[in-house]
Design a protein around this ligand. Structure first.
Ligand code: ATP
Ligand code: MG
Length: 259
């Protein structure tokens, strides 16, 4: 059970004109793992996520989620299968409160939008879910603020909350700490770690901050120019000479502080 593969790609490829952004990638993601994708700018990490979530169609290759071929499914269908993708704030409704944003997300995957004739109590479970999620992301005190009033760091937490509200089996988190003040990062990483420890969700994380990646990951895939350069546990990656030589030192500084 522990080693079950929840997501797998076969020769997944995306070309933009003459540029090969993702080049025949074969990746396996184990259920319940926190699996990080690292690599320099332009390595193809975000493109890979877009292919997994159905936001982009691959040039060739397949994507399997829980054994099902989802290659041709658009994002609004993969979300119903349990793939939650962060969209860098763009799907936050600025004029709704934190609570309403999260409740709407829960409702959107609850399959009964537009059934206005349902008794309001029917929607209580979405309110309950929203409350749970707000606790989890630590925005209790901001629950009734308009989303647009939140500082950047809290918007990132809300973004995670919106994904969690959809009750995903797989979370695709693309640089969740980007633009956050350094002191805000531990709380978000704690939340991500808690989600991981609960064990019922799989997390794929793209993150440039190596100390975070090394601390939270079960497994790391290193991408470089659209290809997989190396894979392994954090200590294996930190010790991998090809990775070091190819770019880690150059792009991220040295690993002397990584335990
Ligand atoms: N829609 C697009 N049209 C054309 N080229 C694109 C498009 N999206 C990405 N690319 C190119 O594909 C390559 C991979 O980009 P991608 O955004 O996946 O990299 P990344 O690893 O996420 O980088 P970063 O760490 O900077 O976010 C880059 O050369 C990028 O310029
Ligand atoms: Mg990116």
């Amino acid at each position: 059970m522990e080693d079950q593969v929840i997501l797998e790609t076969q020769n997944l490829r995306k070309e933009f004109g003459g540029l090969i952004a993702v080049s025949d990638v074969n990746i396996q993601v184990k259920a319940s793992a926190l699996h990080s994708i690292i690599g320099p700018n332009g390595a193809g990490k975000t493109t890979l996520f877009n292919l997994l979530s159905g936001n982009l169609k691959p040039t060739s290759g397949r994507v399997f989620f829980q054994g099902k071929d989802i290659t041709d499914l658009p994002a609004h269908q993969t979300v119903h299968l349990g793939i939650g993708r962060s969209f860098q704030i763009t799907n936050i409704f600025p004029n709704l409160t934190v609570f309403e944003n999260i409740r709407l997300a829960a409702q959107a995957v609850g399959n009964d939008n537009f059934k206005f004739w349902q008794h309001y109590r029917h929607f209580q479970r979405y309110e309950d879910r929203a409350e749970q999620v707000i606790m989890q992301i630590g925005l209790q005190e901001q629950a009734h603020l308009l989303a647009q009033m939140l500082p950047h760091g809290d918007k990132r937490k809300l973004e995670l909350g919106i994904i969690l509200a959809c009750d995903p089996k797989l979370l695709l988190l693309d640089e969740p700490t980007a633009g956050m003040a350094r002191e805000e990062i531990p709380l978000l990483m704690n939340t991500i770690n808690q989600i991981r420890e609960q064990g019922d969700r799989t997390i794929m994380l793209v993150e440039h901050k190596m100390d975070l990646v090394m601390n939270v990951s079960d497994w790391i895939t290193v991408m470089h120019q659209g290809q997989i350069l190396a894979e392994g546990t954090p200590s294996e990656i930190a010790a991998n000479e090809i990775v070091q030589a190819a770019y880690l030192g150059e792009f991220y500084g040295d690993f002397s502080e990584v335990k």
